[in-house]
Design a protein around this ligand. Structure first.
Ligand code: GLC
Length: 436
């Protein structure tokens, strides 16, 4: 298939998932029928290449549900659907006094990609005056979102923000969380799963894992989603290297965009202060010498979570390591994840007994992480490895389709695409990969 044919297919996936009446794109039919936060950011990058209007509407639809305190939720329930659990009745975001009055949402967030997405849109869209005007109308909302993070999600005031739920990480059922689940003993909730009616249960979390997920939400709800209470009480309190890298990259993008706009000295100064503090602390606290990469930090139990995952390498997307450290983490990535019989980049350490090549974030390759790694590797001059990440991503999609995630083992030659099909960010980021 030519690249142009692939791009046309990707555009069809995106166009079919776009909901014209509300102006947003579902991640995929059935499995994910609403608007998801970081999905929308990646989707907007794809649209920017061929339909600037849809890219702008996507971002606007997400921001239309921003809370009065700057918080941007992880799912916006613009529409009704009975194909997904847990829906708006479960989350009850309106328990929080500053929750969106106009939209039903969840009371948790996702990796803050919007800042760098606006910068990507600026770089891609040809009509610079128009896109800059759009950015001017929206950039303060993203700034307010970052301010919210640093005010309410950083109890030590150290420049690193916490997540209180695995669904906030975006890497929803990574084995990273297993030790945290061992510290909890939630009730056996009565609920009806919907995901396993769309996708083989072997590729999804277990029912017991759902008990943990629901329990964390119940704790937050019991305190009306008050983040100070969550910081005090949630058994899940993690400083995630992927999440914090997204925030840092978005800070950097906001600085560049405010400079383009002009007349925003105070905000630039604040952003620079956040950056210096965040990058310094990130390197001190989240680097693991023994593993040769970044790891998650369990803030509740005050210890590093010593496992390698694709999140361990994502900081190269945000200019966080110095050159020497970048060499170390790329070497770790290639030694552990990069053998010739594997596609880059598995989401979890293939040598670990927790690795599962078919299950969600416990091993498969995800296109959004590959996209971040590709960009990061290129920016540090690792061109060959960057190209391998790109070629592997394109090959997987070309062979198996626009799946949500893929088997990293090259020995699996059929049906190696898993999870949802016609998945929006796989389509959107493929377009971007092929155009850069
Ligand atoms: C899955 C992923 C999450 C994504 C969501 C919608 O839950 O783990 O990162 O945002 O699907 O696509």
């Amino acid at each position: 298939m030519t690249n142009n044919d692939l791009i046309k297919k990707a555009e069809t996936v995106l166009n079919n998932n776009f909901k014209e009446d509300k102006g947003f794109t579902i991640p995929c039919e059935g499995l994910y029928p609403f608007q998801w936060n970081w999905d929308s950011g990646f989707i907007a990058v794809g649209f920017a290449h061929y339909d600037a209007n849809k890219a702008k509407r996507e971002v606007e639809a997400l921001l239309s549900a921003q809370w009065e305190n700057g918080f941007i939720p992880h799912i916006i329930f613009h529409n009704d659907s009975d194909t997904y659990f847990p829906g708006p009745e479960f989350h009850q975001s309106k328990l929080h006094p500053l929750a969106s009055k106009s939209h039903r949402t969840t009371g948790m967030t996702q990796p803050p990609v919007l800042g760098f997405v606006l910068k990507e849109m600026y770089d891609i869209i040809e009509d610079k005056a128009d896109i800059l005007n759009f950015i001017k109308q929206n950039i303060d909302k993203v700034f307010n979102n970052h301010q919210h993070f640093y005010t309410h999600r950083d109890p030590n005031q150290e420049g690193l923000v916490f997540i209180y739920h695995n669904w906030e990480s975006g890497t929803d059922n990574s084995p990273i969380w297993d030790d945290i689940w061992d510290t909890m003993d939630p009730p056996n909730y009565k609920f009806e799963r919907r995901d396993t009616t769309h996708v083989d249960a072997a590729q999804r979390p277990t029912n017991r894992e759902y008990d943990y997920y629901l329990h964390l939400i119940e704790i937050a709800k019991a305190h009306n989603y008050d983040e100070a209470k969550i910081a005090e009480l949630s058994p899940f309190l993690v400083q995630d290297p992927l999440f914090n890298a997204m925030l840092i990259k978005s800070n950097a993008a906001l600085i560049e965009l405010y400079e383009l706009i002009g007349d925003s000295e105070d905000k630039i100064k604040t952003l620079r202060q956040w950056q210096t503090k965040a990058i310094t602390r990130f390197n001190e606290k989240l680097f693991n010498e023994k593993l040769g990469a970044y790891v998650h930090y369990d803030l509740r139990n005050e210890k590093q979570i010593e496992f390698l995952s694709s999140s361990s390498f994502a900081p190269i997307f945000a200019d966080i390591p110095n050159e020497e450290r970048a060499e170390i983490i790329v070497k770790t990535m290639m030694d552990k994840f990069g053998s010739e019989d594997r596609y880059l980049c598995a989401s979890f350490d293939p040598d670990s007994d927790r690795f599962n090549p078919k299950k969600y974030w416990r091993g498969p390759v995800w296109i959004n992480l590959n996209w971040l790694l590709f960009k990061g590797l290129k920016s540090y001059g690792f061109y060959d490895i960057a190209n391998r990440v790109k070629d592997d991503s394109v090959q997987l999609i070309e062979r198996y389709g626009f799946y949500e995630y893929f088997d990293s083992r090259k020995s699996v030659k059929e049906n190696a695409g898993y999870g949802g099909n016609n998945f929006s960010w796989s389509a959107a980021l493929l377009i971007d990969l092929l155009k850069c």
